[in-house]
Write a protein that binds this ligand. Sequence first.
Ligand code: SRM
Ligand code: SF4
Length: 573
Amino acid sequence: MPTPTEDKPLHKNEGLKVESNFLRGTILEGLADESTGAISDADTQLTKFHGIYQQDDRDLRRERRKAKQEKAFSFMIRVRVPGGVCSSKQWLEMDGLASAYANETIKLTTRQAFQFHGVLKGNLKQTIKEINETLLDTLAACGDVNRNVMCNPNPYQSHVHAEVQKVTEAISDHLSPRTGAYHEIWLDKEKITKDPEQEEPLYGKTYSPRKFKTVVAVPPSNDVDIFAHDLGYIAIIEDDKLVGFNVTVGGGMGMSHNKEATFPRLAQVLGFCTPEQAVEVAEKIVMVQRDHGDRTDRAHARLKYTIEDHGLDWFRDQVEERLGYKLGDERAFTFDHNGDRYGWREGTDGKHHYTLFIQNGRVLDTEEIKMRTALREIAKIHEGDFRLTANQNLIIGGVAADAKAKIDALLAEYDLDKNNLGSALRLNSMACVALPTCGLALAESERYLPDLVTELDGVIEEAGLREDALTIRMTGCPNGCARPYLAEIAMVGRAPGKYNLYLGGGFVGNRLNKLYRESVKSEELKPILQPMIESYAKEREDGERFGDFVIRKGIIKETTAGNNFHQNLGETK
Ligand code: SRM
Ligand code: SF4
């Protein structure tokens, strides 16, 4: 790692981790303090490793400030679900927790996890306890460690899915922190005195320099957006059997506006490994990043910058040296889409799987549609599983042929089947949470994208493109939580009501887009996009995707690598 100097000392979070006694800090004391709904600044950093973010309701900030009250603090809890697979029972339990302690919604995230918003400090411990009783947990859902490991929840190649899911869970287990802090603080377990050197054999006292994200893709689906993550595994299937994985490294989305040193980056293939080698390969990659990631600057600490700075060959040497063997050569693979396939699909195991569009992953009951109630009723009779997709949608999975009719009847009874009837644009849209809970949001996202899509739907219908998938993503800030830089059309929040507009991402999630216009007002988005969509409908070549079209037409330059993401910008006003 870059040697810390007087000018560039270690980031303060590094000291915090060392002093935290393996993530204990003063979290317990903070929970006991009834004089405030918040916890200390240092503990807000540590609770992330436990899957908990302190937030406040930003809609209420002004009112609370005027009334000289402290902010309306509450906590977001993220529940890890490796590969996104949970049982009906677990779904029902999550549903119960949403009412008991959170804001009556369940949020399905872009990384196949559950989130609860609005949990008060006094309820935190009980909520985490009850989550653990469901056999899910929140440890390492956030923080400078390996996060929820994603996996294509593939409904139709069921036999391969079962195998890759096992690898996913094995990687997830192996890369999980070992500290006893989680069990002591949240589950009232006795402190087991361990040799401090052994409390975190993989991570040590300072954990990773930054968050670390792992995914597994099963071609031809790239629903997990393999190239957006630190570490990825592309399943290689030959003669209908899983023979191993192409290992990818160095992807990431986050950047800051106007800071060219920060940029999104696509992961690259490092080599090939067998299923048996997958866990060990993950461990060594985490170790190289642990030892060489930049701990002086958190904006430069992700694996993508380590690889950008040192080169892929250097990185491979480091990994292979630790492995004691060489990785194999990359094998051929093809992706066809990074979205989900909606409706019923039959798996190779004869079971049926129904993918349901959930706008921006927010499961809730409204006047118009009782989505949460409907899913609760389905979970009560459903004997298969639920699978959260990487696009914030839900698969009602593993349905026996003779149970399909019952699920269909419930979907129809609650009008939930109508969710899948939106335009292909809507079905391929994704927004991050942003306001009012996200402390980093500069603009609306989840609360605005559905309306923008409704506006654009008019254009799409007129142009005859209702069934043509265009990927459209929005985030409230440049951190990239809905992986916007991989979308064909993306809006990234700049300020309230203003967005940077990006164009030209690859439809299969294999090319970054580029900034077309800066600080576009919400009301200008449709007028800017309309003529492009219309000419796409008229002038596209056979099978040509929107992202490719805008590049061919010279509307936007192609981004060929993260380090030229900020160059050759399009029409920037
Ligand atoms: Fe994210 C921070 C929400 C996926 C990049 N992300 C946040 C926080 C926790 C804000 C904060 O730090 O205070 C957001 C909480 C909002 C809220 O109220 O819930 C937040 N991120 C989300 C979720 C819920 C978006 C969603 O609508 O689904 C996703 C939860 C995933 C999960 O289950 O773990 C989510 N975040 C992502 C992704 C997409 C992915 O991983 O596939 C990215 C881009 C990929 C990447 O990491 O490069 C992403 N989130 C960030 C970043 C920028 C990281 C960077 O390297 O610069 C931050 C800010 C940070 O870490 O400093 C961030
Ligand atoms: Fe918040 Fe920004 Fe992530 Fe959206 S992209 S959830 S605004 S951090």
